[in-house]
Write a protein that binds this ligand. Structure first.
Ligand code: SAM
Ligand code: SF4
Length: 525
């Protein structure tokens, strides 16, 4: 889980010009705090706060597919001569949404920049998963105010998961009038219209739909790099883990049609991409919503197996829907890599029940046993939450023993963060913050130890590395990932970038490997 400022490819299109809001109008608006009337107007017309009961009554038949996305003619050139910057917080889903927004803005004539001072449009693509992620965004919103006062034509937008929360939208509208646009995760395709409205309107433009269900297929994308690509296979989540805000911010589970995914992956393969990662909050639920075909995630992976692309990954898996057919297909190997990220969240059946994960410790261990039987070399990594409300010392110890028993080689570990609107947030919690921090520390020590031990086993071995570029620390060193997602740094020719090469490991660390490239192993595709 990382946050990255995104470098996007630039592209210039010809122009259009129109009457713009005057500087004075803009400054007046920024200085005037919005009225409650205005907030009420937006909440009535376009915003409905997350409602768990309503969300659970989702109806599948409402899913509609749209293949006719177009940038409206009158906004096609609106960004000519202007620059955009998108700051992305949170998960891969957000990173990929940023690629789509960059694609849309590029088609509107905008060029990308990484310099805040150069940007004419800045979007904060936000994450709502934990409170500290939100605090960072509010900090950034505050930092942008002086820039907006200095440069009134600058358009500032907040989008992503935080925009789907009523309290966040309310706070922005009341306290941060320098933000011009707020839009949600279901409104990305509306970006051209929203930017246009912000340019010519005096009011804040807020468009957040709780209604979800549509799949917009042919949105443009500016992908980050040309070696690895994200491919969405489904949107939303219907699992309703009691701690998690995602089912509310991302809407119901809805799968893209297999033919659209296969076509996108084939196209990426033809363009020379070496690795794709299939994305969904719960990829194992893929296809459950199809009414006309019986086609699930195992079938999709089987079709991926037939495509001539060297590496296929997927994230994230929910243990509950990880079925035998999928295991059977993954065992075919080839381009289906044997690294499986399988979030467990807790090692205690009692805590898992309270989390509404719908599996027990024993179910999880049985699934791991099946995976290892079919794929003996499988590497498993996971997500774990410590300090879930009222987690006892014994329950936490059960997490520790499970981590050891499974032998996870890496884990994203989190302290539970209450999210407004989720059932767990209503629970009294008797675990002191200090105890939670201690538990996180102990868990991380164990995970680090296991990671270091797994790394040691690579000493003097040769691994296949997809070379992604130069190491951040030393431009003379190349860096890439093995099939099992281990970071490798090694000296080699720049011509190896974008290729899969053999590297002999000479030194192992806790989270990375050092090595030397085995000569003549640059695979030419
Ligand atoms: N859909 C994925 C799954 O079920 O494993 C994960 C999606 S979520 C973006 C990534 C991780 O954030 C979760 O696996 C969980 O460990 C963590 N997470 C979610 N809500 C959280 C909360 N309220 N507090 C702390 N961690 C949380
Ligand atoms: Fe959140 Fe659970 Fe859905 Fe993952 S499966 S996104 S943790 S509700």
């Amino acid at each position: 889980m990382n946050e990255k400022q995104r470098l996007e490819q630039a592209q210039i299109n010809p122009v259009h010009s129109a009457d713009k809001l005057s500087e004075k109008d803009n400054i007046d608006r920024i200085k005037n705090i919005s009225s409650d009337d205005m907030i009420a107007k937006y909440f009535q017309t376009s915003y409905q706060p997350p409602d768990l009961k309503k969300a659970r009554k989702r109806r599948r038949e409402e899913v509609q597919f749209h293949y006719d996305f177009q940038i409206p003619e009158d906004v096609q050139l609106i960004g000519q001569g202007k620059k955009f910057l998108i700051r992305t917080y949170g998960c891969q889903m957000n990173e990929h949404d940023t690629e789509v927004m960059a694609g849309i803005l590029t088609e509107m004539g905008y060029e990308s920049t990484t310099e805040t001072s150069e940007a004419d449009l800045i979007l904060l693509n936000t994450c709502a998963i934990r409170e500290n992620a939100e605090n960072k965004v509010f900090g950034e919103i505050g930092h942008l105010k002086p820039l907006k006062l200095e440069k009134p034509d600058l358009i500032l937008g907040v989008c992503g998961c935080m925009s789907q929360e009523e309290s966040v939208v309310d706070r922005i509208m009341k306290k941060h009038q320098h933000i011009d646009i707020v839009f949600g995760t279901h409104n990305i395709h509306r970006l051209p219209n929203l930017v246009q409205e912000a340019m010519f309107s005096k009011a804040q433009v807020v468009e957040v739909w709780s209604k979800e269900g549509d799949i917009i297929e042919n949105l443009p994308k500016v992908r980050k790099g040309n070696i690895k690509a994200w491919v969405n296979i489904m949107y939303g989540c219907d699992k309703f883990c009691t701690y998690c805000i995602v089912p509310m911010t991302r809407g119901k589970e809805r799968s893209r049609r297999p033919e659209d995914i296969i076509q996108e992956v084939r196209h990426l393969a033809a363009q020379g991409y070496q690795e794709i990662t299939l994305l969904g909050q719960n990829v194992n639920a893929y296809g459950k919503d199809f009414e006309d075909i019986d086609y699930r995630f195992g079938d999709l992976m089987d079709d991926m197996h037939k495509i001539d692309i060297p590496r296929v990954r997927f994230t994230t898996s929910h243990p509950r829907d990880f079925d035998d057919h999928l295991i059977e297909v993954l065992a075919k190997g080839g381009n289906l890599l044997d690294h499986i990220h399988l979030p467990v969240q807790s090692g205690s059946s009692e805590v898992l029940k309270r989390m509404n994960r719908k599996y027990t410790r024993e179910d999880y261990l049985e699934l791991v046993r099946k995976i290892r039987k079919a794929i003996p070399n499988a590497t498993l990594t996971t997500d774990i939450i410590v300090g879930f409300p009222n987690e006892t010392e014994e329950q936490f110890e059960e997490t520790m023993t499970l981590v050891e028993e499974v032998g996870f080689e890496a884990a994203y570990t989190f302290i539970y963060s209450p999210r407004e609107g989720t059932p767990a947030a209503k629970k009294q919690d008797d675990v002191p913050e200090e105890v939670k921090k201690q538990r996180l520390y102990r868990l991380n020590e164990l995970v680090n130890k296991q990671s270091a031990a797994s790394m040691k086993s690579y000493k003097n071995k040769t691994v296949k590395v997809l070379v992604e570029g130069e190491s951040k620390k030393d431009p003379n060193v190349l860096a890439g990932y093995t099939e099992k997602n281990k970071l490798v740094n090694f000296k080699g020719p720049k011509s190896a970038i974008g290729k899969i090469v053999d590297v002999e490991i000479t030194e192992t660390k806790t989270w990375s490997l050092n090595g030397v490239m085995v000569e003549n192993t640059v695979e030419v595709k």
